[in-house]
Design a protein around this ligand. Structure first.
Ligand code: AMP
Ligand code: TRP
Length: 327
């Protein structure tokens, strides 16, 4: 199957992204034909400092590799290096109704948060995401719950286009992991752990040093009772159990049994240690990749060339169908 996913280079790759996205990608790349992108064009919907965007894009790409995404198995690339994304996005935007975009929860959220910069890109962002997916004939798109609505639009656009012009696009399916689909903030455990959270203690980055990881887990918000069980009324503890399970491979039930009768303090330390231990080899590789920029750029270029070849094939088909003259 053809699989596509992407992540925006804003903030840092959190353990939420890791559990909700990257970890699934690692499994998927073993058996499928995958493309994974650093979606830097998407990042422009909020103001960026150019030098920071450039550095973060490289850093995210190095983190992809350090996590184990393998350029021999998957196509790994940076979105802006493949111009067909914008090209298809324009065509799709002419087939998208404004009402469909204004309904998007993320648009409404982000407009509220960035009142001084409600730019057109913020509205049309899901069209660019649809273009990302449809360019490559993707069958399956692994994402977290929050992206489900955007994926619905990608499906609607594929179906609409196919009905109007004849079979062109594969209609993609979302792939949403059951457990850990939503890792929540360590400070506000009913809210999603977000890459862009301003509270440093709310998120854990996959490249946070071990002492920082331990400190953040020690400060994690729990509740006033003292049972370590997974339950709706215990969002903080449930979130920590999910994180522990994801990083150690034991089930949530096994984790509950392991910590039965233990205090919250010990439990939080154990979760922090499990995360720091699991991330140690990732961080070692990350530093190696970052210290060899030439190699990093070579892998980036190779990925973009492969992605471009596939995307160009789709664009030839699309242009012909909609009546653009041959170039
Ligand atoms: P974003 O951080 O919004 O660019 O998301 C990148 C990918 O990670 C998407 O597939 C998201 O759905 C997923 N993701 C982001 N935050 C979380 C979270 N807290 N828990 C689970 N998955 C997440
Ligand atoms: N919009 C996605 C997010 O914020 C990232 C993304 C960009 C993406 N393009 C994609 C995800 C294509 C899946 C497929 O999480």
């Amino acid at each position: 199957m053809r699989i596509y996913s992407g992540i925006q280079p804003t903030g840092c790759i959190t353990i939420g992204n890791y559990i909700g996205a990257v970890k699934n990608w690692l499994e998927l790349q073993e058996e499928n034909d995958c493309l994974f992108a650093v979606a830097n064009q998407h990042a422009l919907t909020v103001r960026q400092v150019p030098q920071e965007l450039r550095e973060r894009t490289l850093s995210f790409f190095a983190q992809f590799l350090a996590c184990g995404l393998d350029p021999e198995k998957s196509i790994l690339y940076v979105q802006s290096n493949v111009p067909e994304h914008s090209e298809l996005a324009w065509i799709l935007s002419c087939h998208t109704y404004i009402g469909e975009l204004e309904r998007m929860t993320q648009f409404k959220d982000k407009s509220r948060k960035n009142e001084d910069n409600i730019n057109a890109g913020l509205l049309t962002y899901p069209v660019l995401m649809a273009a990302d997916i449809l360019l490559f004939g993707s069958d399956l798109v692994p994402v977290g719950k929050d992206q489900k609505q955007h994926l619905e639009l990608a499906r609607d656009l594929a179906i609409r286009f196919n009905n109007r012009y004849g079979d062109t696009f594969v209609v993609p399916e979302p792939y949403i992991p059951k457990q850990g689909a939503k890792i929540t903030s360590l400070q506000n455990p009913t809210e999603k752990m977000s890459k862009s959270d301003k509270d440093q203690n709310a998120t854990v980055s996959i490249i946070d040093p071990p002492d920082v990881i331990m400190r953040k887990f020690k400060r994690a918000v729990t509740d006033s009772d003292n049972r370590i069980v997974f339950a709706e009324e215990k969002p903080g503890i449930s979130n920590l159990l999910t994180i522990y399970s994801a990083f150690t491979g034991v089930t949530v039930e096994e984790a509950e049994a392991r910590f039965q009768g233990k205090g919250y303090g010990d439990f939080k330390l154990a979760v922090g240690e499990a995360v720091a231990d699991a991330l140690a080899p990732v961080q070692k590789k990350y530093n190696e990749y970052l210290s060899d920029k030439a190699e990093l750029e070579r892998i980036m270029k190779e990925g973009a060339e492969k992605a471009h070849r596939l995307a160009a094939r789709t664009m030839r088909k699309v242009k012909k169908k909609i009546g653009f003259v041959q170039d």
